[in-house]
Design a protein around this ligand. Structure first.
Ligand SMILES: NC(=O)c1ccc[n+]([C@@H]2O[C@H](COP(=O)([O-])OP(=O)(O)OC[C@H]3O[C@@H](n4cnc5c(N)ncnc54)[C@H](O)[C@@H]3O)[C@@H](O)[C@H]2O)c1
Length: 272
């Protein structure tokens, strides 16, 4: 028996990275259907094919209300219901600082990143509301370490992910007791996040040199390491959780200055 037996899910940004890992895990946990959404058609098609009969790839842009409606209609038509909406599509700002952007670049960059990272989640949940109310379903939004703290991106990304955290809390309040709304805040994952096109950014690996050393848990996670959290949040095991953002940050929030290298001495059986 899987955590998500018989459930139907939509996963945006599922054409790669964390979203694809979540879609795979949902199917492994018994989901009846998973609609994988990406605005790169080749990614949506490839993942839809790769994941088999219970998966469907849909090319859609989360910034568009019409696209969000089409995604939800497709899920309900194909699988008969919608139980879980995962708003995960996102772009990065490659940690560019405010002083390194001109006013016009800030205007354009803000509009683009907020449209994908924040408005995309808002429109997606609104489009999915009717079937989610019918199924007493749940929503999971991908925030970030940058949803709580500085220096997980630049000013634009950090603002957009703080907005996602706010959205989780407000939606959880407004949709209770019918639909649970939670978030996941990943620390780092080895993906190739796209940048902000309107300010000339392309795609770049999200990991920076030295990442492993900076993580108290001293291991760069795989995308699949996050997927179990998304499965748990969508399952009855999380029936008491709403309005919560799970921080899976490899210990980034508990770094300190007292002992830089962490607890290596403990591995040798040492203590005080
Ligand atoms: N990689 C990390 O270190 C990290 C850390 C914290 C949070 N996150 C968040 O995790 C989420 C997934 O990112 P990832 O690291 O797996 O990167 P990724 O680039 O592999 O996945 C994001 C997917 O979203 C798609 N996408 C982008 N814009 C879209 C749009 N307008 N409409 C539909 N799809 C769109 C992309 O094509 C891509 O396939 C993002 O929200 C990101 O901000 C990533």
């Amino acid at each position: 028996m899987g955590l998500l037996d018989g459930k139907v899910a939509v996963v945006t940004g599922g054409g790669g990275g964390i979203g694809k890992a979540v879609a795979e895990r949902y199917l492994a946990e018994g989901a009846r259907g998973v609609v994988v959404v990406d605005n790169l058609a080749e990614r949506a098609d490839a993942v839809g094919r790769e994941l088999g009969d219970r998966a469907l790839g849909v090319c859609a842009d989360v910034r568009s209300w019409a696209d969000n409606l089409r995604v939800v209609e497709t899920a309900v038509e194909a699988f008969g219901a919608l139980d879980v909406y995962v708003g995960n599509a996102g772009i990065f700002d490659h940690a560019v600082h405010v002083a390194d952007l001109t006013g016009p670049e800030l205007e354009a960059g803000f509009d683009e990143i907020m449209a994908v990272n924040a408005k995309g989640c808002l429109l997606g949940v609104r489009a999915a509301l009717e079937p989610l109310l019918a199924s007493r379903g749940s929503v999971i939004l991908t925030a970030s370490w940058a949803g709580f703290r500085p220096a997980g991106g630049g000013v634009l990304y950090t603002m957009s992910k703080h907005a996602v955290v706010g959205l989780v809390r407000e939606l959880a309040y407004e949709l209770a007791p019918h639909v649970r709304v939670n978030g996941v805040a990943p620390g780092v994952a080895p993906t190739t996040l796209r940048g902000i096109e309107s300010i000339g950014q392309g795609a770049k690996p999200s990991l920076m040199p030295g990442t492993e050393d900076a993580l108290p848990l001293k291991r760069v996670p795989e995308t699949a390491d996050y997927a179990g959290i998304y499965a748990m949040l969508a399952s009855p095991d999380a029936s008491l959780m709403t309005g919560f953002v799970v921080e899976a940050d490899s210990g980034l929030a508990v770094r300190g200055v007292a002992r830089v290298a962490g607890g290596d001495h403990l591995a040798a059986g040492g203590g005080a």
